[in-house]
Design a binder for this molecule. Structure first.
Ligand code: NOJ
Length: 751
């Protein structure tokens, strides 16, 4: 069997190499590449260096100096320079006043919307709905392109298992399959169906690679990732983005296993270019080339530039080590002309593909689409589907619109900027519809008793507590909106503790003590440790930072226009000390279970060594997380039944079909995200206890039953064992269910 497997691996490698060489030929015949080559043959070294440098507009010293640099062909790309008139003018200079007329490519961070802001990407991932996410990114491109932006530094595809890391907000969570589905959707949405369409932007898969594994979640920190983990988890969404045709990649800040990602030949050359056949352009992250000096990997900026170019970083963002040193590096033979030409070819090819040479200008009419009502409607839909119901005791939700009055309390009830979340340069608080406004619009001013209670999420003052409690007592239900301000997550905004900050916990506890039905809505950039809040609330909705239309979306859910249907894209831990905890974890040699763990408060004061069982758990947290990956409730109930497999045996190159019935046994039409997990019981290297292998969002009317079907191909079960990626024969568990912890179980074998 082992020999057979090795043969099949060899065949796969040969076939991929053949395909890759066909791909290379194809690439060379490509019109964009041909035109890029023709242009390249006419360029001076200065002009090539200009293409390889994406400098901040301020670098040249002022607007006039910048324009002169463009005229001189010393500037091929800009970031953070946008607006119809500005872009049209600078493009006019590039196209009609520079020697070769090469247009600029203008980039900007459009991460989860341009002016119509969608939920943070982590929230979008909670929708488990790639279709609506694709549309959200399409809308973002339509709005951003109207301002001359042709390149967005998105999607952010860093898998992370650490909620302390502030940038968890920008990614798609902890799972490679879910993140890959989102990666495809985001790239397709950003780039659209036709790259030459004026609304198409180039996507940029970032941060390549490993950035989400920053030690202790401290941003920019060192990462150590084994090759199996790299290939089977961290690289997966990047491969999906490359396969979906992402035009660009961004090399990351982090030191990966001792070699910074922006100088890493293994990931940039061997994996990205050679194994995957990526033909697009690689840009560095902001000064990540020169930061290799701080990492201790390059002696100075010149050395850093050489290392980045040798690794295959085509364009340097923000720092000027390429601009300042390429000439000397060529003279000293530290880099070659072929490398410079290769980089410039990649850059020009992207410009040709985007149609920039044919039309670099922005149509001033296009900006009329910004904040189009249809865009806002979509933002509301995405925010609804991103929200996860984590508790609903006694069907506290939904509330009836005929309720007498509600108390609206909490620092995020009316925080227009905060609900937009991190990384939104262009979204404006004034366009946000807050929960307070939306609830007032629905119920009328008189039935809404509003007291913020706390001025902002970290506020510790008890000043407004009495007023908040009084408002609660004279209302029929309490709606508390809290969580984190936007500034507490995002780049450089990591936290050591991940609890709900300030006096919010105390306020929720006091509100709960009033005995009124208490609905807690958490708006945050990360999964917070909300154990206490879950206990105090009758119902809890996790809404992330939901964007411009968070208020109406939450109102739709709270008052039952639609049932919540989001599911957690990350495991929720009990406290920072439990990090990391994720569904893809290994079993250990001492797995814990209920019997093996003594609750902290029951540990006898005098106990002999060994009486606590020597199993893998924390004495205080136990052995389970707060909430499992994939978890999320509904206003209705779904019953799973009749799991069956088309066969209990699969060949190493076969497939089986897994089916089960899902019945909506409750009282409301709703959507359910059905999930398929497997476990490979024994491997040549150890396998995770659960691997997500499929998911499907389906709409089921009350009383109806649908059959859900997944096909598992043997290739879906392949993993990298340290030498090769292959599917190994053996026994597998399979579960179909509503989250990673529950589901119908069966098994099969591969022989
Ligand atoms: C640094 C960030 O890491 C990256 O995500 C972003 O695209 C660039 N800055 C440009 O703003």
């Amino acid at each position: 069997m082992f020999i057979k497997n090795n043969i099949s691996v060899a065949i796969v490698i040969i076939v991929s190499l053949v395909l890759l060489s066909c791909g290379t030929e194809q690439h060379e015949k490509d019109e964009a590449v041909t035109r890029a080559n023709q242009m390249l043959s006419r360029m001076t070294l200065e002009e090539k260096i200009g293409q390889m440098s994406q400098l901040d507009p301020g670098f040249f010293g002022g607007e006039e100096q910048l324009k002169q640099a463009v005229r001189d062909g010393r500037c091929g790309s800009l970031l953070n320079y946008w607006g119809v008139e500005k872009v049209n003018e600078i493009q006019r200079i590039a196209v009609s006043e520079s020697r070769l007329g090469i247009p600029l490519i203008i980039g900007r961070d459009v991460i989860h919307g341009y002016r119509t802001i969608f939920p943070i990407p982590l929230g979008m991932a909670a929708s488990w709905n790639p279709e609506i996410v694709k549309e959200a990114f399409r809308i973002s491109s339509v709005e951003a392109s109207s301002q001359g932006i042709k390149w967005t530094f998105a999607p952010m595809l860093d898998i992370t298992w650490d909620p302390r890391w502030g940038r968890i907000a920008e990614g798609c969570g902890e799972d490679p399959l879910l993140a890959s589905a989102m990666a495809r959707a985001m790239v397709e949405g950003i780039q659209g169906d036709d790259l030459t369409d004026p609304t198409a932007l180039a996507a940029c898969a970032k941060h390549y690679v490993g950035y989400g594994f920053a030690e202790a979640g401290r941003d920019y920190n060192t990462t150590y990732i084994s090759e199996p983990m790299l290939r089977d988890v961290v690289l997966k969404p990047f491969k999906a983005a490359s396969d979906a045709g992402a035009l660009t990649f961004m090399s990351a800040f982090n030191d990966l296993n001792g070699v910074p990602a922006s100088g890493n030949e293994f990931t940039l050359k061997q994996i990205l270019r050679d194994e995957w056949g990526f033909r697009g352009l690689v840009v560095s992250d902001w000064a990540s080339v020169t930061e290799m000096v701080f990492h201790g990997y390059a002696a100075d900026d010149k050395d850093a530039a050489a290392k980045a170019i040798n690794a295959g970083v085509d364009m340097e963002m923000a720092s000027s080590s390429y601009f300042d040193n390429i000439k000397r590096l060529l003279e000293e033979k530290k880099i070659t002309e072929a490398q410079v030409d290769g980089a410039v070819r990649n850059i020009l090819t992207v410009k040709y593909r985007l149609g920039l040479f044919d039309n670099p200008y922005v149509n001033p009419e296009a900006e009329k689409k910004i904040l189009d009502p249809a865009f806002l409607d979509h933002a509301r839909k995405v925010a609804r589907q991103s929200t996860v119901l984590l508790k609903n005791d006694g069907n506290a939700l939904p509330l009836s619109e005929n309720i007498g009055s509600v108390a609206v309390i909490g620092p995020l009830a009316d925080a227009p900027r905060d609900q937009l979340g991190t990384w939104c340069f262009d979204g404006q608080g004034e366009n946000s519809v807050t929960p307070l406004r939306a609830i007032r619009e629905l119920l009328g001013e008189k039935r809404v008793n509003h007291v913020a209670g706390l001025k902002y999420s970290r506020d510790k003052s008890l000043e407004q507590f009495n007023a908040a409690l009084a408002a609660a007592r004279r209302s029929d239900a309490i709606l508390f909106f809290g969580g984190e301000e936007w500034i507490l997550s995002g780049e450089g905004q990591s936290r050591g503790e991940i609890d709900i900050p300030g006096a919010q916990g105390a306020l929720i506890e006091a509100l709960s003590a009033t005995g009124k039905p208490l609905v807690v809505v958490i708006m945050a950039g990360r999964p917070l440790a909300i154990g206490n809040e879950l206990q105090d609330a009758d119902a809890l909705l996790y809404a992330w930072h939901g964007g411009t239309m968070a208020g109406p979306a939450l109102t739709d859910l709270i008052f039952g226009k639609e049932s919540p249907s989001g599911k957690l894209p990350v495991t929720f831990v009990k406290g920072a000390g439990q990090i990391p905890f994720y569904h893809y974890r290994k079993n250990t040699g001492r797995p814990a279970n209920e019997k093996a763990w003594t609750p902290f408060d029951s540990i006898p004061t005098e106990n002999p060594q060994g009486s606590l069982g020597y199993k893998s758990f924390h004495l205080d947290y136990g052995y389970t997380p707060l909430l499992p990956f994939g978890y999320g409730l509904s206003y209705t109930t779904f019953d799973y039944s009749d799991l069956n497999l088309s066969s209990q045996v699969m060949g190493t190159s076969g497939s089986i079909t897994v089916r089960a019935k899902v019945t909506n046994s409750g009282t409301m039409d709703a959507e359910e995200v059905v999930q398929l997990y497997i476990r490979d019981r024994v491997g040549s290297i150890t396998r995770p206890v659960k691997e997500l292998k499929g998911f499907r969002r389906i709409s089921i009317k009350k009383g109806e039953t649908v059959e859900v079907e997944f096909v598992i191909n043997s290739t879906d079960l392949a993993f990298f064992n340290g030498k090769a990626t292959l599917t190994e024969p053996g026994e597998f568990d399979v579960w179909m269910g509503p989250n990673s912890d529950e589901g119908l179980h069966s098994d099969f074998i591969i022989e």
